[in-house]
Design a binder for this molecule. Structure first.
Ligand code: AHR
Length: 494
């Protein structure tokens, strides 16, 4: 069969929210401490304690939003521990992640500074599991109230005169699990109560995000939409991609083709999850006012041998690049409902953008996909139809090609394509209906081996290169995707 990709180039009404390209940073392992925060006295070059190399690298992928402080950590975090002079902040136990001491040197002011340095919007997740309504209400007041009040004055005393803008606030995290093991009926009531006191102060409008389902827990979504839908702006969804099971996840770097296949198959499962959760949301919210916020996603492997099992440090290979490309295509294609997504997590944890080793830093294959896909941020989603051979393994079949397309404000079309098959290149005949493409440029991310990855000794092993395997002829396009690759084409009509 002829493999085809057709783009509805003159169609499209929905904007791909830039927030789909969002990030997540938890007080977990070496994400906050060492990954971002080294302290003002560190020999590692930093600005007010935040490392410069990491900020500089992340700015290149235009991080639109950063979620913090967790994750499971959020439902045990008491924000007043993290303000005031650092030497007097209390030491606490990080019970979820390795039982290490949390010195609270990175708190609200440091997080807001980090967001400003990154050019990212802050998304703070509040504590429902072990915190009070008053504590949550006061945090929002501390951050956003411009007038005179005890909390605003406390902020001023701690060195910040003007309030910050706080566009996103999560009312708890995984309250079905580490955030309190609640039933959806109970959490829905708590959500209604807590969110009441998340106020819109001084012109700051907070987009309130309710804790959503774990993977395929459709009942959670049903109950939350039914009981609390009208009080929320967003409802979250968490889904992690594992090659195997939670008990035996699989290695990040030592895997064969069957684990490559199962990982990509499981990544594609995100499509079904979004479709089915959205279908429930559509029943309660046909206008699609409430966004589906996939605020934790990505690969989760066995930790790197020799590292603290509570720190969730893992390497990142070409396989992770494909997982990222697949997810971002799915989120783009569901932009009518998916309004934000936050990959877990930014530095040194799970499917990271960046890995650090003391003063050294490398970017991962996943980072490169975010960099290559950045043209989709804020662009208009275009329908794209792919008719292509499957990639089969041991009698199982998955689509060999994943795709999404958008048109930016200048009229440039971005087409992102992933070839999941590690053994076969795929030639696609393309068409951009409703326009005449005159110029194409392309970039590709691939490598010789499925487990190729960057190391501190060899940091450029997996990096994007120019891609020329495309031809324009009689208005049509032919593109030859290398095996195991992520390709981004930029197409101009004049
Ligand atoms: O990202 C790691 C953990 O995964 C988060 O803390 C939690 O929300 C999820 O279970």
């Amino acid at each position: 069969m002829v493999n085809r990709v057709i783009i509805g180039a003159d169609l499209g009404t929905v904007t791909i929210e830039k927030y789909i390209y969002g990030h997540f940073a938890e007080h977990l392992g070496r994400c906050i401490y060492e990954g971002f925060w080294v302290g003002e006295e560190s020999p590692i070059p930093n600005t007010r304690g935040i490392r410069n190399d990491v900020v500089e690298a992340l700015r290149k992928i235009k991080p639109p939003v950063l979620r913090w402080p967790g994750g499971c950590f959020a439902d045990e975090y008491h924000w007043k521990d993290g303000i005031g002079p650092r030497e007097s902040r209390p030491a606490r136990v990080n019970t979820h992640w390795g039982g290490v001491t949390e010195n609270n040197h990175f708190g609200t002011h440091e997080f807001m500074d980090l967001c400003e340095q990154l050019g990212a919007d802050p998304y703070i997740c509040g504590n429902v599991g072990s915190g009070t309504v008053q504590e949550m209400a006061e945090w929002v007041e501390y951050i956003t109230f411009a007038g005179k009040s005890e909390m605003a004055d406390l902020r001023r005393q701690n060195g910040r005169e003007e309030p910050w803008r706080l566009p996103f606030f999560g009312v708890g995290n995984e309250n079905w699990g580490c955030g309190g093991h609640m039933r959806p009926e109970y959490y829905a009531d708590l959500y209604r109560r807590y969110q009441t006191y998340v106020r819109h102060y001084s012109g700051n409008r907070v987009y309130k995000i309710a804790c959503g389902a774990n993977t395929a827990d459709y009942r959670w979504t049903e109950v939350l939409m039914r009981e609390a839908g009208r009080w929320m702006d967003g409802l979250s969804l968490h889904y992690y991609t594992l090659p195997g099971t939670w008990e035996k996840k699989g290695s990040a770097t030592q895997f064969d083709e069957s684990e490559w296949f199962s990982t990509l198959r499981n990544a594609l499962h995100m499509e079904e999850l979004i479709r089915r959760h959205s279908a429930i949301m559509d029943r309660y919210d046909p206008q699609r006012r409430v966004g589906l916020i996939v605020d934790e996603w990505g690969t989760w492997y066995d930790v790197e041998p020799g590292t603290n099992p509570g720190f969730l440090y893992q390497q990142n290979t070409l396989r992770d690049a494909l997982v990222a490309g697949i997810h971002l295509n799915i989120f783009n294609n569901h932009a009518e409902r998916v309004k934000m997504a936050n990959i877990a997590q930014t530095v040194n944890v799970l499917q990271a953008m960046i890995l650090t080793d003391g003063p050294r830093m490398i970017v991962t294959p996943t980072y490169h996909v975010f960099e290559m896909y950045q043209h989709h941020q804020g662009a208009t989603l275009l329908p794209v139809w792919v008719n292509c051979d499957n990639y089969t393994m041991d009698g199982e079949a998955i689509p060999a090609v994943s795709a999404s397309a958008s048109r930016d404000a200048q009229g440039v079309i971005t087409l992102s394509l992933c070839n999941l098959d590690p053994n076969r290149s795929i030639e696609l005949k393309g068409e951009a209906r409703g326009t005449e493409i005159r110029e194409i440029t392309g970039r590709v991310l691939t490598a010789g081996a499925i487990d190729a990855h960057n190391t501190f000794e060899d940091p450029e092993r997996v990096a994007p290169t120019q891609f020329d395997e495309h031809r324009l002829e009689q208005g049509g396009l032919t593109v030859k995707l290398p095996p195991k690759s992520v390709v981004v084409l930029r197409m101009r009509a004049s």
